[in-house]
Design a protein around this ligand. Structure first.
Ligand SMILES: *[C@@H]1O[C@H](CO)[C@@H](O)[C@H](O)[C@H]1NC(C)=O
Length: 402
């Protein structure tokens, strides 16, 4: 990797220049009293929801640490009938955004299916994604903007979304997350942060303990990030489809002597049921610090806050030499959980999910629904053409009684 580091530095300078064009929007923080409803001309509402014949609203919320995030709302089903059931907040995973819940046909995509079942659907987009790239400070530097990991997604973004929907609708909501969207929820729930505003949580491909993942490229990437963490932290933003992110991805493929076109399968597992004519490979960037944090979890198997690697720095951030651990057994036993995972998933692998289920062994048995699909891999849970029958119908049955 050493020789590529030098050539990547020049690309890094280009990245800084590009990032200075990043749009910055100002907004006051009064989500309690003002509800900005935007009409974004090229946003998710206009391009993915209204085109399917659904009404859609763009909303905006500012986190306590100044990130301006967008949410989309589908307040009625295809028939035009307004939702008569509570809100559901859908939280996407890493390298993705709200479009993940809308990508298939309305009969196959969870966002539309929930709306057609009478739920008030809210789609979250975390910091750093295309539609949530604003910040309250007029010119946040690239380095400052991207200084976060999933700790901040769990402690700022998720509470901002949940509080906004809770106050807007005036009632408690359901949560559904995929992949990193499950880790955000598990971390927040273990700290009782948003519990009183939530009815239940559905976790698709739960990410918690990660040291038994079976994806070889992901393990190699994690080792590489940890070995060169100082260099990678200097990059701040990791965009897999831009430089130097794509160079990194190609290095991984070269090292493993695999065709990069097969990388999605090697990372997520052999997805059984994707629509072969949907070749959408759009990806969103994330913070390099987030990837290093996940790499630390892959190495240790622990669910802990970001490790600064030095006792002094950890002391400074946490008041203790080692990062605090998120205690999964602290999630209240009576909180309704729906947890679904797949036998072919290489990221949310069955062995690691079993460790999470062991953490939850004291959970009230009538408040924990576990749905295992042997043939499903990581992307099937959001993109399979039969996910409605396999996963979403049982999930909606769970929401209906909680
Ligand atoms: C696959 O996607 C195409 C294009 O979006 C669509 O026309 C077709 O109905 C889909 N097939 C299935 C089985 O969902």
């Amino acid at each position: 990797m050493a020789c590529t580091v030098v050539s990547l530095l020049s690309i890094f300078l280009l990245c800084i220049t590009a990032a200075q064009g990043r749009k910055t929007r100002h907004l006051n923080n009064e989500w309690l009293t003002s509800y900005p409803v935007l009409n974004d001309i090229d946003g998710i509402c206009k391009t993915m929801v209204e085109t399917q014949g659904y009404t859609c609203e763009e909303h905006q919320v500012t986190t306590e640490d100044g990130y301006i995030l967008n949410l989309q709302r589908i307040p009625a089903g295809r028939s035009g009938d307004k939702a008569d059931k509570p809100a559901v907040l859908l939280q996407h995973g890493i390298f993705s955004d709200a479009s993940t819940w809308l990508a298939n046909s309305p009969d196959e995509s969870l966002g539309f299916i929930l709306a057609d079942n009478g739920y008030d659907v809210w789609l979250a987009n975390v910091r750093g994604t295309k539609y949530s790239s604003g910040h309250t400070s007029p010119n946040p530097t690239h380095t400052v903007y991207w200084d976060w990991s999933w700790d901040e997604l769990a402690s700022y973004d998720l509470p901002a979304f949940v509080q906004y929907v809770y106050h807007y609708t005036g009632q408690r909501l359901h949560y559904a997350g995929h992949s990193l969207g499950t880790l955000m929820a598990l971390a927040a729930l273990s700290q009782e942060q948003v519990l009183n505003m939530l009815r239940s949580a559905a976790l698709l491909c739960p990410i918690a303990h990660m040291n038994q993942i079976t994806s070889v490229p992901t393990k190699l990437a994690a080792d590489t990030f940890i070995a060169n963490d100082i260099y990678w932290l200097g990059i701040s933003e990791f965009n897999p489809s831009g430089d130097p992110g794509s160079n990194f991805v190609h290095e991984i493929c070269n090292t493993l002597k695999v065709n990069c076109e097969n990388l999605i399968t090697l990372v997520t597992g052999p997805n059984c049921c994707l629509n072969s004519s949907t070749t959408d490979t759009a990806t969103e960037p994330t913070a390099t610090k987030n990837l290093i944090h996940l790499s630390q979890m892959i190495r240790t198997g622990k669910i802990a806050k970001y490790d600064y690697g030095e006792q002094g720095k950890n002391m400074q951030h946490y008041g203790q030499a080692v990062p605090p651990v998120y205690d999964m057994t602290a999630i209240p036993n009576e909180f309704p959980l729906f947890l679904s995972y797949g036998g072919q998933d290489m990221l949310s692998d069955v062995n690691d999910v079993q460790v999470l289920l062991n953490d939850l062994q004291d959970h009230d048995s009538n408040k924990l629904v576990v749905l295992f699909k042997e043939e499903y891999a990581h992307l099937d849970f959001v993109r399979a053409i039969n996910a409605k029958q396999m996963i979403y119908d049982p999930m909606i049955a769970f929401f209906n009684v909680n």
